[in-house]
Design a protein around this ligand. Structure first.
Ligand code: GLA
Length: 740
């Protein structure tokens, strides 16, 4: 996160002067609309003090309940509550070690060479390095230190937290668990946790549960982020937080491997959120002098409801996570024939599709799976990244030249981390896969996972990909990853180092991606994992877009997109128009409806153009041209949910407003008509109430009866409007253009 700063980091000494008995410290970070504070208590523990709406400078910061000190500015360590609640379990800690009676998820859990498993961390020192507040904690008598890092973004108030542990001992120390951060919210019984879950072709389902003493664990044990629970959370207050109002604390972990985020109330009612590497099957034996770093856990606060939280987070992600930041190019309109031709890709066939794609205004042509090695099905070829000369007798060059002549750039599918047993690579290097010698190797989609933790595997993959991109004029790689880990053995290293695989693998994946980008600065990359199986702030820092799901049904997709954008921006969310009936659920929908669904993300076309009729090309050309007039607003504007596309909701409406508020686009989608209903109008959001906007129907057509051609932002937002939609799976979009 290059440009985040510790904004208005209140001078520690100044604060300490007001609040502290000898040796105590208050640390406070202030960003846009957010204050975060910690304090060192009288026993030396670092306690969380506050996270939420901004406080006034100089406001008192007190220990969180249940401590009643009588002194409003004293950070005090509590005593025991009972024999069952010793002080060590009652004291709230910013980053607790597993020791001294801690009964909740620890920040870190260790075992020393002599068997000691007691770790008690107290404040040791702090410094401000550039824009980062660094706080060092140390065990009470062992030479083990934990360094906590904090920054806050001045524009969004999003915090970036991470931790490192250093073994200062002359003997090894095993780390069995290490979190990036622990967050605390004050005692209350009305919090609700919102999270995103799913499975292949059904990712991004929104769920919410009450936060109670029954711990909720969002995790992946799969080696990658997974299609299941995403490493994202949002916490609101029951009956108080809505789409448009109320407090929301939210966050996401920047890690693409196994992770664990836990949320629950401790036995005193305080909310604790912990996230980091998944301790499942993990350990890291720190050699003397060695340090282990965690990924960054980003977290923010909004008092403008779930909508405000996601808009703020999107803004932060675009500015500080995505490659290229705010200045990055919008996603081009893409064509990909995967759903149309599957593995049956040939030079002649792809050229014919490219001609048709160019006719409708496509800007990027991507050849998906099947172009390499002996890849005629998913049973062979993965690992052999050389062009299949039966399918492309002259290599890729003639096709790439043709694509360029047609005015498009060229992209290629790869799945570098995998290998089929039936491949030259596996025959040459059977030891390169994750495995335990003498044990079965479970295949998933007929493939095994290469162990990227090995530097020879890492270097091989980087070399192969570098050559592929250097020797061909490739603008874009779709980087796929189509199975989870099993038998995650790394037999070539010492037993105590084998479980480092969970970290070293992901670090080497990041290394390959970043090195490839460095060597080929114009190359764009899409992150894909059987759809949305690896979407997180780690991979998003190294990819320009992601594929949210293999489910391309346009109605399901509205829900998928609604879930996805709770956490991640439209800027990276690709959406294809494919054939109907859809493979995922056999639902039949019109081409118009499919376009209206996909135009709410980065538009792509994945239909079999060889089967299209003339009128389909006319329809598609109209929508692609219309999309290009609104894509900056859709991809890089502000997203407002008006009527979310949730199950049992007959209709939905979503609005996108450009950052300068000069353009707004409201999509209205009717899923199924009921009872000759006369639904209420949808009320646009986010327009400037004082400015005048002309309205039109996206793609052309008459405005509905009674809708004026021009009115103020206030008028549109107060009066609302609705198209007279009838039937099933129909939609429309209104465009609002500010008039000076
Ligand atoms: C995964 C991807 C698809 C496609 C296939 C190719 O399932 O999500 O889009 O690329 O692999 O095998």
């Amino acid at each position: 996160m290059a440009s985040a700063v510790v904004a208005a980091f209140s001078g520690v000494d100044a604060q300490a002067k007001v609040t502290a008995p000898a040796g105590a410290r208050i640390f406070r970070l202030d960003g846009a609309g957010v204050t975060y504070a910690m304090g060192v208590d009288d026993k030396g523990y670092l306690q969380p003090l506050y996270w939420g709406a901004p406080l006034a400078p100089g406001d008192p910061l007190v220990s969180t309940d249940p401590v009643k000190t009588g002194d409003p500015v004293l950070v005090k360590a509590p005593g025991e509550l009972s024999g069952f609640d010793p002080a060590g379990s009652v004291t709230l800690q910013e980053y607790p070690g597993q020791g001294e009676g801690l009964v909740n998820d620890p920040g870190i859990k260790t075992i020393f060479a002599d068997g000691n498993r007691d770790l008690v961390l107290k404040y040791k020192s702090h410094s401000v390095r550039g824009e980062t507040l660094v706080i060092e904690l140390a065990d009470i008598n062992r030479p083990l230190t934990v360094t906590l890092r904090y920054t806050i973004d001045p524009d969004t108030g999003v915090l970036a937290r991470s931790a490192s542990v250093r073994n200062g001992d002359s003997r090894p120390v095993r780390v069995d668990q290490i979190a990036s951060a622990v967050f605390t919210l004050p005692v209350s019984d009305d919090y609700r946790l919102h999270y995103l879950t799913g499975r292949h072709a059904a990712e991004w389902t929104k769920k919410d549960v009450a936060i109670t003493p029954a711990l909720t664990v969002l995790e992946s044990r799969r080696g990658s982020t997974g299609h299941g629970n995403n490493p994202y959370f949002a916490i609101g207050k029951d009956g108080v937080t809505s789409e448009d109002a109320g407090p929301v604390w939210y966050g996401a972990l920047a890690w693409s491997g196994s992770f664990r985020v836990s949320v629950g109330q401790d036995n005193l009612g305080r909310i604790r959120i912990m996230g980091g590497y998944n301790p499942y099957d993990f350990s890291w034996t720190l050699k003397p002098g060695e340090t282990l770093d965690t990924p960054v856990f980003y977290a923010g606060y909004s008092n403008a409801g779930m909508g405000g939280a996601s808009r703020t987070f999107h803004k932060f992600e675009i500015a500080h996570i995505l490659p290229g930041g705010e200045k990055a190019k919008p996603r081009p309109v893409v064509y990909n024939s995967w759903e149309a031709t599957a593995f049956d890709v040939t030079e002649i066939g792809q050229e014919a599709l490219a001609e048709k794609a160019a006719r409708i205004g496509v800007e990027r042509f991507v050849v998906d799976d099947g172009w390499f090695g002996a890849r005629n099905s998913d049973k062979a070829g993965l690992g052999d990244w050389t062009v299949n000369r039966t399918k492309f007798p002259n290599g890729l060059k003639p096709l790439i030249d043709k694509v360029h002549t047609l005015g498009m750039d060229f992209g290629l599918w790869v799945e570098p981390e995998m290998v089929n047993v039936d491949s030259d690579l596996y025959r040459a290097h059977p030891d390169w896969v994750l495995n335990y010698p003498g044990r079965p190797r479970t295949e998933g989609r007929n493939q095994l996972v290469l162990n990227l933790a090995r530097t020879d595997v890492r270097d091989h993959l980087l070399g192969v990909l570098d050559k592929l991109v250097a020797e061909n004029d490739i603008a874009f790689l779709k980087w796929d990853y189509n199975r989870n880990w099993t038998e995650a053995g790394w037999p070539q290293v010492a037993v105590q180092d084998q479980q480092r695989v969970y970290v070293e693998y992901v670090r080497n994946l990041y290394y390959i991606l970043s090195e490839l980008r460095r060597r080929h600065p114009k190359l764009e990359i899409e992150g894909c994992s059987g759809g949305g199986g690896r979407v997180d702030l780690g991979i998003l820092g190294l990819t320009d877009e992601v594929w949210p799901s293999d489910n391309t049904d346009p109605a399901d997709r509205l829900m998928i997109q609604d879930g996805f954008t709770q956490a991640y921006p439209v800027a990276v969310m690709m959406a294809w128009v494919t054939d109907s009936p859809n493979w995922a659920n056999t639902r039949t929908t019109s081409l118009d409806y499919r376009f209206l669904s996909s135009m709410q993300g980065g538009l792509g076309i994945g239909a079999n153009l060889d089967k299209w009729k003339d009128e389909d090309f006319t329809t598609a050309s109209k929508w692609v041209a219309a999309y290009k007039t609104i894509r900056q607003t859709v991809q890089r504007g502000q997203l407002y949910r008006i009527d979310p596309p949730v199950r049992d909701n007959a209709s939905s409406a979503t609005m996108y407003v450009s950052q300068d508020k000069r353009q707004g686009v409201m999509f209205q989608m009717l899923h199924s008509s009921m009872w000759r209903d006369n639904p209420a109008p949808n009320h646009p959001k986010g327009l400037d109430p004082a400015r005048s906007y002309a309205v039109s129907v996206l793609g052309g057509g008459a405005l509905p009866d009674g809708v004026p051609a021009r009115a103020s932002g206030a008028y549109w937002m107060e009066r609302g409007l609705r198209a007279p939609l009838k039937g099933d799976f129909v939609g429309t979009a209104f465009v609002f253009e500010m008039k000076d």
